[in-house]
Design a protein around this ligand. Structure first.
Ligand SMILES: Nc1nc2c(ncn2[C@@H]2O[C@H](COP(=O)(O)OP(=O)(O)OP(=O)(O)O)[C@@H](O)[C@H]2O)c(=O)[nH]1
Ligand SMILES: [Mg+2]
Length: 214
């Protein structure tokens, strides 16, 4: 099968990053007052990614999940910036990647190509597809494309404050049943739905193995 977990196609092993692409990223702190990422947050147990079309609130959600620390680097060989941060999830620290906006998995722009490559070359424990609740019809085709890749998806329907103002009533449980993935309504800009998303992530991301006792 031609998928992101397949060694024969992408040459990577499960459970480890499939390439060293992030290894040499330079550290660029959003808040220059902060000297460095605390030691306790530098070793992450799993990686997750935020994906979705441009302007849906991925970066706002990234900030809500990771706080003030992030590394921002050009993806190797490109001028496309990708942000990486860490978040606490129960006992785990999880790396969060904020991918550039993409309309589909058939890339036209360099940003889309970078996002597609990230999705196909990293073993993400969870991928949060962020969509704009006001424009679900336009956004769900990308959800279906991501599902076809058999990626561990969560659908985060953002901008629900605006959607509700427009009188749109969405039923996440019905959508979740139809897509067979968790669906969460949120307004990342207002910090709404963040806790529910974290709880869902905790269910989706397996706990790291316990250290061997000798
Ligand atoms: N009303 C409302 N606005 C939001 C919400 N989340 C994000 N926004 C706004 O939406 C705009 C786009 O947010 P970004 O986080 O930059 O979107 P993005 O998906 O990262 O966009 P790209 O990086 O271009 O792909 C910003 O003006 C945000 O303030 C929300 O929940 N409600
Ligand atoms: Mg962004």
């Amino acid at each position: 099968m031609d998928c992101h977990r397949c060694n024969s196609h992408c040459g990577s092993g499960k459970g480890t990053p499939k390439s060293g692409l992030f290894k040499n990223w330079s550290l660029g702190l959003r808040n220059q007052q902060q000297p460095q990422i605390p030691d306790e947050l530098t070793v992450a147990d799993a990686q997750i990614a935020l994906v979705g079309m441009p302007n849906v609130g991925k970066s706002v959600l990234f900030h809500a999940l990771t706080g003030i620390y992030a590394t921002v680097s050009n993806y190797p060989g490109t001028t496309v910036e990708v942000s990486r941060g860490v978040m606490r999830l129960g006992e785990q620290t999880v790396t969060v990647i904020d991918t550039p906006g993409m309309y589909s998995l058939l890339p036209i722009s360099e940003e889309e190509a970078v996002s597609k490559t990230l999705l196909l070359t990293h073993d993400f424990a969870s991928i949060i597809h962020v969509v704009d609740g006001k424009n679900l019809g336009r956004m769900l085709p990308l959800t279906l494309q991501l599902l076809e890749l058999d990626l561990p998806l969560i659908l985060a329907i953002n901008m629900m404050d605006e959607a509700r103002r427009l009188g749109l009533a969405l039923h996440p449980e019905i959508l979740s049943q139809q897509l067979q993935i968790p669906v969460i309504l949120m307004a990342a800009g207002l910090n709404q739905g963040i806790q529910e998303l974290k709880q869902t992530l905790q269910q989706q991301i397996p706990a790291p193995p316990l250290p061997l006792l000798v």
